[in-house]
Design a protein around this ligand. Structure first.
Ligand code: HEC
Length: 83
């Protein structure tokens, strides 16, 4: 039984849908706006400056539409997780 429970938890943890409610507006927006075309990259994967340029690229080349305040919230969320 222990094994089955572990497997179920593992499946949840590895699923594409986040299982935990967003902790901030930035996280909520990131999940809502940035998961349409690819998986959500880990916030700690890029330095804040790299996130800023990735966001700019997404907006310019991939035609992601963000309001200025949405961009700021998402960037604040992503930048707060530097490893
Ligand atoms: C309209 C589709 C689309 C949306 C929406 C989108 N992206 Fe992307 N993104 C892409 C494509 C296409 C690539 C390049 C191929 C890939 O990595 O899957 C990419 C790649 C990336 C990369 C990797 C860049 C690299 O050089 O390694 C990051 C980081 C990223 N996106 C962040 C974001 C963020 C943050 C958002 C939300 C603001 C977002 N994306 C929304 C299409 C999109």
């Amino acid at each position: 039984m222990k094994g089955a429970a572990g497997l179920a938890l593992g499946l949840l943890a590895c699923g594409t849908l986040p299982v935990r409610p967003p902790a901030s507006e930035g996280e909520r927006l990131y999940r809502a706006k940035c998961a349409a075309c690819h998986r959500l990259y880990e916030p700690g994967r890029y330095a804040p400056a790299a996130w800023a340029s990735a966001l700019a690229t997404m907006e310019k080349e991939k035609r992601v539409h963000l309001q200025p305040d949405e961009r700021a919230e998402i960037l604040a969320y992503l930048s707060g997780h530097v490893l």
